[in-house]
Design a protein around this ligand. Structure first.
Ligand SMILES: *Cc1c(COP(=O)(O)O)cnc(C)c1O
Length: 379
């Protein structure tokens, strides 16, 4: 340890026992994705062509009318909402975030407020909460639609939260008034058929993040209606360079290598043997557990750390570890692991340590198990 590119730059590399987090650099790119990105580095390409063609490939894979790569799901929210505000009028793409003459309101249910709804306001749009934290009913949602409504924003992972109007009903209400629904399905990519389910429930635009399918941390895409994806294209950086309008989306620039990485990661995700993926997680969990077995007083249970950051029995992707005595101090254990080089990052949850193995190699899992044993064994 103590050598390598990260040390040269002055940071200590980490073993990721937390899972896919933007702050940790997203996912680990597969050899296939990395090779494709490397290949794309060898030659130049016209970016407008690459964006159009890669969008067509993604649309084909997901049986969507149209699609477009974006630098992550967050920017896809901003670009998608901008498209809903301006439609095909290229002149307006220069005007944002000045909303004079445009529809400015984006509706969201009270119990659907979530951190990424911040991206809606990037465009100059106003987020209008319908109902409140206690819930929203369909009549309230319909009554909130007016002449300045541009879109409805719908975080798919919060669908069917008690007290909310479900997606099918939201899109139906929207369509009665000609209002599109933009769905954030950033991590809803498994089982695979869930990815196409949002369009079949009437969503006009659906966004996904590449970071949750082994793609680049700064990659994502938006799929949906042809006319709206066309408007997304008017807003994005390609038009800033190529058209006479200085489009709003210029900061959401993409590398050609990134675009290729997003496409190949999606292809790989759709073709992958996911049962094998889960067996790989279970094996890494067993490698950690194997190091701890036989240490007296340590209880280690394979579990599932969910996307909502809760624990469930399966599918196994983490190890839940606690000392049987009440004296265990997870904060001190986590701090000791984090102070290593490489730093080992783990969750602390209700008096226990939780190690998520999704982003670990087998070697890293073994090392983590050995370090856990050393740190947790009574002195
Ligand atoms: C991670 C995430 C995003 C943002 O995606 P990026 O690709 O990192 O921009 C948006 N919505 C949800 C639900 C997410 O989990």
């Amino acid at each position: 340890m103590g050598s390598g590119i990260y040390h040269d730059i002055g940071v200590i590399p980490a073993i990721n026992g937390l899972g896919v987090y933007t702050d940790l650099g997203g996912s680990r790119l597969s050899p296939t994705v990395w090779r494709a990105m490397e290949e794309s580095n060898q030659s130049f390409i016209r970016m407008p062509d690459l964006l159009d063609s890669s969008g067509a490939v993604i649309a084909d894979l997901l049986h969507s009318e149209a699609a477009r790569v974006t630098p992550g799901a967050s920017s896809a929210i901003a670009l998608g909402i901008a498209a809903c505000m301006t439609g095909p009028n290229a002149r307006f793409t220069e005007q944002l975030p000045d909303t004079t003459g445009l529809k400015t309101d984006v509706l969201i249910q009270g119990r659907h407020r979530y951190k990424y709804d911040r991206m809606v306001r990037h465009t100059g749009a106003q987020l209008r909460e319908v109902g409140n934290i206690n819930g929203t009913d369909p009549e309230e949602l319909e009554a909130a639609i007016g002449s300045s409504t541009a879109a409805i924003c719908f975080p798919a992972h919060l669908d069917r939260t008690p007290g909310t109007v479900p997606l099918e009903e939201v899109t139906e209400i929207g369509h009665r008034h000609g209002i599109p629904t933009l769905v954030d399905a950033a991590f809803l990519n498994y089982p695979l058929d869930v990815m196409e389910s949002f369009a079949s429930k009437g969503s006009d635009l659906v966004i996904f993040s590449s970071k949750y399918m082994g793609g680049p941390n700064t990659g994502g895409f938006i799929c949906g209606r042809h006319d709206l994806i066309g408007a997304v294209a008017l807003h994005d950086f390609t038009r800033f360079e190529a058209s006479k309008y200085l489009s709003f989306g210029r900061p959401f620039k993409l590398d050609r290598q990134l675009v290729v990485g997003v496409v190949v990661a999606l292809q790989e995700w759709l073709e992958m043997d996911h049962e094998q993926r889960f067996r790989d997680y279970a094996r890494r969990v067993e490698l950690i557990k194997g190091q701890l077995d036989g240490s007296s007083g340590i209880e280690a249970t394979p579990m599932c750390f969910t996307m909502q950051e809760t624990l469930a029995p399966e599918p196994v992707n983490c190890l839940h570890i606690r000392r049987e005595s009440d004296s265990s101090d997870p904060a001190a254990i986590a701090a000791a692991l984090a102070a290593d080089d490489p730093s080992i990052l783990v969750h602390q949850m209700d008096g226990a340590i939780v190690v998520d193995v999704e982003c670990m190699s087998e070697e890293e899992a073994e090392l983590t198990g050995r370090r856990l044993k050393a740190v947790m064994s009574p002195a």
